[in-house]
Design a protein around this ligand. Sequence first.
Ligand SMILES: Nc1ncnc2c1ncn2[C@@H]1O[C@H](COP(=O)(O)OP(=O)(O)O)[C@@H](O)[C@H]1O
Ligand SMILES: [Mg+2]
Length: 252
Amino acid sequence: MSALLAVEDLGKSFGGLRAVSGLSFTVNEGEIVGLIGPNGAGKSTVFNLINGVFVPDAGRVQFRGGNITGETPYRVARHGIARTHQVVQPLAELTVLENCTVGACFGRENLPLYRARAVAREAAAFVGLEDRLAMPAAQLTIAGKKRLELARALSAQPLMLLLDEELAGLNATEIERMLEVIRSIRARGIAILIIEHLMQAIMGLSDRIVVLNSGQKLAEGAPAEIANNPAVIEAYLGDPALAASLHGGAPA
Ligand SMILES: Nc1ncnc2c1ncn2[C@@H]1O[C@H](COP(=O)(O)OP(=O)(O)O)[C@@H](O)[C@H]1O
Ligand SMILES: [Mg+2]
């Protein structure tokens, strides 16, 4: 079986800084793959390279067997890849439903407005925002905005979802609820590549984990292997809270 997403020898520099280099990994259909690494490791840059915000200097991005390297975010969304952003930026003046409708219009299908609205409504309900459809996005709580970010991405009807620190800033109860939503997204057959700092959460969620350090792949494997990998522990030693969290301690 060929992979749903294959990143091959990917590279991107900003001036003299090699943010990502020689990076290869795959995500299979139905899989949840965790992308972890210290701050500045290049995780968000990988998302930007996959979804077309940045054009890679080297390497390729393959999706469903086709080469999508360097395509625009709009085209990448049409192929069926949607993402959330680490720093959520909903269209503040627009309502929850309108934000999701925009997501549906620029998603996998070219939908007429009435269909986009129906898809948007369904996605908002899926993340638990059905009672806030008419609320301006600016009035949502942080947790609400995180949910909206996810609903907007789901409105694009993706085959694959890129989640960038979706749990950051949430309290324990909100994290539990969000994890349930993420699991039910996978149950719908949507593959997920997820960046997350909460080790316990990502270890419990992921089928496989890719560890980045200074833009390069440091390790890859099942969560249990990663938590016991000496190179990974070493990379996290600069951050004692993160290192402790590798073994289920308090999240950073
Ligand atoms: N648009 C940009 N211009 C210049 N440098 C950038 C840009 N985006 C990211 N970087 C740099 O690339 C490195 C990786 O950043 P990033 O991918 O955001 O890391 P992570 O998400 O793992 O914390 C960092 O050193 C960051 O400062
Ligand atoms: Mg980041």
